[in-house]
Design a protein around this ligand. Structure first.
Ligand SMILES: *Cc1c(COP(=O)(O)O)cnc(C)c1O
Length: 219
């Protein structure tokens, strides 16, 4: 199946209010161009350097999503152009994004990443840290706008567990949205679990391998 066919198939399963972010990490610009030609404008990368290199080459109306774990010292490279940073998991990082956004005269949209998985490898805030950032910190950071939450479910075959983890995130989202109406985006769901994520209220899915094929990290 071609990238174009994969996209058609996936798009037919995603309701229109849900945004599809095509996760193109490790893939060559030719693959991204094919997705672009099929109408995709939202691309997700997890390495800042790689995203910057692709940004230089590809059309300028692409919306670049940083979906990976962000190192504070690299924020400056993407600050001029990044569309949405999904993986904000510390106040320190939020402050650095604010600082670099100010230098670039912009307000950068971010999602706070919440830890919902039953794994030690995934990053994210817990409910208390999330609450602290939303209630005590963001009003002082004028160059970042928290527009939603992001989470990753456990990598498991157990769909019930995945569903419960997404429900947990959706509940936190609904809770905080009452006092923070800027929260509009709930980024959850990847190739293996996006159907469940959409059923549980996702507004943005991040899909890589189902569009571009499996990644080879050894090249
Ligand atoms: C790689 C990645 C994805 C996409 O994963 P697939 O299983 O290939 O769809 C989504 N979200 C994050 C944070 C990722 O790192």
């Amino acid at each position: 199946m071609s990238i174009q066919d994969n996209l058609k198939q996936i798009q037919s399963t995603i309701p229109s209010p849900v945004t599809l972010v095509a996760v193109s990490k490790t893939k060559p610009v030719e693959d991204l161009q094919q997705a672009y030609d099929a109408g995709i404008r939202d691309f997700g990368e997890n390495k800042i350097q790689e995203m910057c290199d692709k940004y230089e080459i590809l059309p300028k109306d692409i919306r670049w999503h940083m979906i990976g774990h962000v190192q504070t010292n690299k924020v400056k490279y993407m600050a001029p152009f990044v569309h949405l940073i999904h993986g904000v998991d510390s106040l320190k990082l939020l402050k650095e994004i604010n600082k670099q956004a100010e230098k670039n005269n912009r307000v950068i949209d971010v999602l706070l990443q919440v830890f919902i998985a039953d794994e030690e490898t995934k990053f994210g805030l817990d409910a208390t840290e999330l609450e602290h950032i939303l209630t005590d910190e963001i009003q002082n950071l004028l160059h970042v706008k928290v527009v939603g939450l992001m989470g990753m479910a456990t990598f498991t075959e157990d769909n019930n567990q995945i569903r419960e983890e997404f429900k947990t995130l959706k509940n936190l989202f609904d809770l905080h949205q009452k006092t923070h109406p800027d929260l509009k985006i709930l980024s959850m769901g990847m190739s293996g679990d996006y159907a469940i994520a959409i059923e549980e209220g996702s507004t943005m899915v991040r899909i890589g391998s189902s569009i571009f094929g499996h990644r080879n990290y050894n090249i």
